[in-house]
Design a protein around this ligand. Structure first.
Ligand SMILES: Cc1cc2nc3c(=O)[nH]c(=O)nc-3n(C[C@H](O)[C@H](O)[C@H](O)COP(=O)(O)OP(=O)(O)OC[C@H]3O[C@@H](n4cnc5c(N)ncnc54)[C@H](O)[C@@H]3O)c2cc1C
Length: 384
């Protein structure tokens, strides 16, 4: 539901300009240094990009889901590391607090997250609990006015930079599944909290993940999200529903960028005396990619509008994430092919994008997990 088309258009135009004139020219620098330059972080703060999805009362822009996916289409056109840096504050690191936090928790953390002065991270995955997140083993046992946390969280985006961690931990070890899990806000510097070595990843240079380790970490009871035990897994799933639409939209932006680059290359590169764009086999790859991007875009916009209208979009969000991220992988592969040998060397952005977009099919629920969610919902609805 777009609240004000004119304001959104101004935001999208300035974002398009920022992506095209500032971020794309710095992509190689980010890939080489594995860092987002501080001047760019500052520009992103000034533009309000850390608080896009947080309500205006907390200093954010309060965009709707439809507005958010339109923004993600633009941000997807450049290295995902830029988006990743602002992504946790707009999504997995903040939405749990926004949806289920107490008024004190919201007022304490959301304004700092919206301004980008504080970074957040979302700690669900563990060494032995990935897709089967409800089997997580990290414990949080009540001891007077504190909970004592023990366990390890794995692959946590922005963990090296975050000032707060939203941590899913088992407050009731007697309950093995989702019902025993609660969500906490854990501040950096809490004694007993430490970080593992940064992970060496296939792509997403400039975006950092590592383990977050809890060894008898004493967390004040007031940091339990919403002050209620046993609902942390539900909080995490609500966060991921929204995140899946965002990742779907990012994949569409990335696919569009790769296709634009491939078309430009195909028009310039000559073989057999003419631009390769004139060969019908190249045209087929261009056309298939165009049609698939269009289909994914329609799907994501439809799901976003449904969510803005108050519908439960568990099925639609999973359909959109599965289709868009898989589509992005197919487009990446075709665009490497269109570049020929040039697509395999790092002089062209497509080589980097090919590695970067592989992640979209894995995190925030793998493709297989999206298939399971869709089928489970279908079977449940059929049996009603
Ligand atoms: C760069 C990066 C950033 C990340 N950021 C975060 C973060 O910020 N916070 C966080 O909590 N997590 C994060 N993750 C973790 C990510 O969400 C998990 O890696 C993902 O959910 C998959 O879990 P897994 O790696 O344990 O794979 P597994 O669950 O071990 O899956 C391995 C394979 O088995 C398949 N599989 C598993 N179960 C089934 C099933 N029932 N049926 C069919 N197939 C199945 C999977 O689809 C996959 O193909 C990140 C991961 C990466 C790589």
């Amino acid at each position: 539901m777009i609240r004000d088309t004119e304001t959104l258009q101004i935001l999208l135009d300035s974002l398009r300009q920022f992506v095209g004139e500032v971020l794309i020219p710095r992509e190689n620098e980010v890939a080489e240094t594995d860092m987002i330059p501080e001047d760019i972080v500052e520009r992103m703060r000034e533009m309000g990009l850390f608080g896009l999805t947080l309500p205006e009362e907390f200093g954010g822009l309060g965009v709707t889901m439809e507005e958010e996916v339109n923004i993600a289409f633009e941000l997807g056109r450049t290295s995902p590391a830029f988006r990743s840096y602002i992504g946790t504050n707009n999504g997995i690191g903040s939405i749990g607090i926004l949806l289920d936090g107490t008024p004190e928790q919201k007022h304490n953390y959301l304004p700092k997250l919206a301004s980008g002065k504080l970074l957040s991270a979302f700690c669900l995955t563990e060494p032995d609990a990935g897709s089967d997140a409800a089997s997580l083993k990290t414990t949080a046992l009540r001891n007077g006015e504190h909970y004592i946390l023990n366990g390890t969280k794995r692959f946590i985006t922005n963990a090296p930079h975050a000032g707060i961690y939203t941590v899913m931990a088992r407050t009731n070890p007697e309950i093995k599944g989702a019902g025993g899990i609660s969500a906490f806000i854990v501040e950096r510097g809490t004694p007993g909290v430490s970080l593992g070595k940064p992970d060496h990843k296939m792509g997403h240079k400039g975006a950092h993940t590592c383990d977050v380790i809890f060894e008898n970490a004493q967390v004040p009871a007031s940091q339990l999200i919403g002050g209620i035990e046993g609902v942390g897994f539900k909080t995490a799933m609500k966060v991921l529903d929204k995140g899946r639409l965002h990742i779907a939209a990012l994949s569409i932006g990335a696919a569009q960028r790769m296709l634009d680059d491939a078309l430009g290359y195909a028009l310039e590169r000559k073989q057999f005396g003419k631009p390769i764009a004139e060969f019908q086999l190249i045209q087929a790859m261009l056309a298939d990619s165009k049609a698939e991007i269009y289909a994914a875009r329609c799907m994501v916009l439809d799901a976003a509008r449904l969510r803005d209208n108050g519908h439960n979009v568990s099925t639609e969000a999973s359909c959109a994430k599965m289709f868009s991220t898989e589509m992005c992988g197919r487009v990446a592969d075709r665009c490497v092919q269109i570049h020929g040998g040039a697509g395999y060397v790092s002089e062209y952005a497509i080589e980097r994008f090919y590695r970067d977009v592989r992640l979209f099919r894995i995190y925030e629920g793998t493709t297989q997990i999206q298939q399971l969610v869709i089928a489970k919902n279908m079977i449940r609805d059929a049996q009603r």
